[in-house]
Design a protein around this ligand. Structure first.
Ligand code: TGC
Ligand code: FAD
Length: 395
C-alpha cells in the first residue's frame, strides 16, 4: 500500500512476514478468484473448487495455533481478510465462518478429543462448518432463541429440536455448531449451550435459501432440527450462556472489520481507473473538481479504516481488544465501505450498475455485511452502552 493510488503508507508498520502474507493473499485473489467471481455471482453459486486452495493458502482456521492451522497473528489474518473481501464478501464470508464461527468454538470451547477430531480436517478444507444462532423469530436478540436440547437421562444423549435460518454454508456443511437452550437431566433451568451436529444425524435438514440479491456467491440455508439425537460427546463442554456464541461473533466481527476495507479499496481503485479514462466535456472526468472530491473522500476514508483495523489488530495481539472495540471496528468500517461503494457506483454513471465493473456487486454484498454479525444499529447500541453505562437495547 505504498504509492499511487494511495498516499497513506502502512508498510513500515508491518513485519516482513505480514507483508509477505498480504502480498501472497492479494496475488491469490487476483489469480484464482477474480477470473471466476462475477460468473458465480450471476449464477448464485459458490466456487467450491477453490476450497482446497483456500486451505493451501492457510486461510482456514488461519489465526488458530496447531491442528494444521497457519497460526497467523491478528494483523496478518486481517490482511488476508482484506484481500478476500477485495474480491467478494461472499468469499470472505466462507473463510470467516469456517475459521471464526465453526473452528474457533471447537478450539476455544471444545474438548481435546473434539479438537483432534475436527480441526485438522477443517483446516484442510475437507470438513466444512456452519454456525447456527439466528432463528426466524430471534435475530438481533439471540437470547430469545427457541431451539432447545433436552437430556432424558443422566449422562445421556441430547435431543435437539428447532429451526435456524440465514445460516451461511448450512446446505454444504459437514458439522454445524448449533446453539440451543439446553435442559440437562434433572435441571429445570435451561441454559444456552453449543452442539456439534453432524450431517449424518437423523432428523437434520438444511434447505438452501434462494432468491438472494446480495451475497450471491455464498451459500445460505436453514437448519431444521426434528428430534435430532446428539451424543453427549458432541456438546461443547467449555462454555455456557449467551457469551458462548457472542464470543465467536467477536472473532468473526474482527475479521469483517478488516475485510470491509478490502471491498472499499476495490471500489475506489476501480472508480479512479474509470474516471481517468472516461472523457466528458472534452476531458477526463477525474479532472473535474467534484470527481476529485469523491476520490479524495474514498481514499481518506479507506486510510482511516485501515489504521483503525491495524490499531485494534495490535491490541488483539496483546490480548487487550474488547468486544466494544470490535463493535466499533465492524460498525465503522462496514458503514464506510457501503458508503464508498455507493459513491464509487455513481462515478461510473450507467456503467456503474453493470456486473463487469464489479462495483454494484460489492454494493449489494455490503448490504448484507451491514446486517449480519450484528446490525449497524446493534453495534451502535453496544458502543452507546459502553460510553454511557446505559443499555438502550430494550424499553
Ligand atoms: P448481554 O447481557 O450483553 O451479554 C450476555 C453475556 O455475553 C457476554 N458478551 C459477550 N461476550 C463476548 N463477546 C461479545 N461481543 C459479548 N457481548 C456480550 C456478556 O458479558 C454476558 O456474559 P455473562 O458472563 O455476564 O453472562 O446480552 P444481551 O442479551 O443484552 O445481548 C447483547 C447484544 C444485543 C449485543 C447481542 O445479543 C448481540 O450481539 N446481538 C446481535 C446478534 C448477532 O450478531 N447475530 C449474528 C449471527 S451470526 C452471523 O451473522 C454470521 S454471518 C456469517 C458470515 O460471515 O457469512
Ligand atoms: P432483526 O433483528 O429483526 O432486525 C431488523 C431491524 O431492526 C434491523 O435494522 C435492526 O438493527 C433493528 N433492530 C433490532 N433490534 C433493535 C433494537 N433493540 N434497537 C434498534 N434497532 C433494532 N446468522 C447465523 O446465526 N449464522 C450465519 O451463518 C448467518 N449468516 C447470514 C448470512 C446472510 C446472507 C444473512 C443476510 C444473514 C446471516 N445471518 C446468520 C443472520 C444475521 O446475523 C441476522 O440477519 C442479523 O443478526 C439480524 O437479524 P434479523 O435479520 O432477524 O433482523
Amino acid at each position: 500500500m505504498t504509492g499511487v493510488p494511495y498516499i497513506l503508507s502502512i508498510d513500515h508498520l508491518l513485519t516482513d512476514e505480514e507483508r509477505l502474507t498480504w502480498q501472497a493473499a492479494r496475488d491469490f485473489g487476483a489469480r484464482r478468484i477474480a477470473p471466476v467471481i462475477e460468473q458465480h455471482y450471476e449464477r448464485g453459486t459458490f466456487p467450491r473448487e477453490l476450497i482446497s486452495e483456500f486451505a493451501a493458502m492457510g486461510f482456514l482456521g488461519a489465526p488458530l495455533q496447531g491442528y494444521g492451522c497457519a497460526g497467523m497473528n491478528p494483523v496478518a489474518y486481517g490482511l488476508t481478510m482484506i484481500e478476500l473481501e477485495r474480491q467478494d464478501s461472499g468469499i470472505r464470508s466462507f473463510c470467516s465462518v469456517q475459521s471464526a464461527l465453526a473452528m474457533w468454538p471447537i478450539y476455544a470451547y471444545g474438548s481435546e478429543e473434539q479438537r483432534q477430531r475436527w480441526l485438522p480436517g477443517m483446516a484442510r478444507g475437507e470438513i466444512i462448518g456452519a454456525f447456527g444462532l439466528t432463528e426466524p423469530n430471534s435475530g438481533s436478540d439471540p437470547g430469545s432463541m427457541r431451539t432447545h436440547a433436552r437430556q432424558r437421562e443422566a449422562g445421556g444423549d441430547y435431543v435437539l429440536s428447532g429451526q435456524k435460518m440465514w445460516i451461511t454454508n448450512s446446505p454444504i456443511a459437514d458439522v454445524l455448531v448449533v446453539w440451543a437452550k439446553t435442559l440437562d437431566f434433572g435441571s429445570d433451568t435451561p441454559v444456552i449451550r453449543g452442539f456439534l451436529v453432524e450431517r449424518s444425524m437423523a432428523g437434520l435438514q438444511t434447505p438452501e435459501t434462494h432468491g438472494k440479491l446480495s451475497l450471491r456467491a455464498s451459500i445460505t440455508g436453514e437448519i431444521v432440527l426434528d428430534e435430532v439425537r446428539v451424543p453427549r460427546e458432541n456438546l461443547l463442554p467449555g462454555v455456557q450462556g449467551l457469551k458462548g456464541p457472542l464470543g465467536c461473533l467477536t472473532q468473526a466481527r474482527y475479521g469483517i472489520g478488516w475485510g470491509a476495507v478490502g471491498a472499499a479499496m476495490s471500489v475506489y481503485e476501480r472508480a479512479r481507473e474509470y474516471t481517468l479514462q472516461r472523457t466528458q466535456f472534452g476531458r477526463p472526468i477525474a479532472g473535474f473538481q467534484l470527481t476529485q472530491q469523491k476520490l479524495v473522500e474514498l481514499h481518506n476514508d479507506i486510510g482511516k479504516g485501515l489504521l483503525l483495523a491495524y490499531h485494534f489488530g495490535r491490541l488483539k495481539q496483546d490480548g487487550k481488544l474488547t468486544p466494544e472495540q470490535v463493535s466499533y471496528l465492524k460498525r465503522d468500517n462496514v458503514r464506510m465501505a457501503l458508503e464508498s461503494a455507493r459513491t464509487a457506483r455513481s462515478m461510473l454513471g450507467g456503467n456503474g450498475i453493470m456486473g463487469e465493473f464489479h462495483i454494484m456487486r460489492h454494493l449489494c454484498n455490503l448490504e448484507t455485511v451491514y446486517t449480519y454479525e450484528g446490525t449497524h444499529e446493534i453495534h451502535t447500541l453496544a458502543i452507546g452502552r459502553a460510553l454511557t453505562g446505559l443499555s438502550a437495547f430494550t424499553g
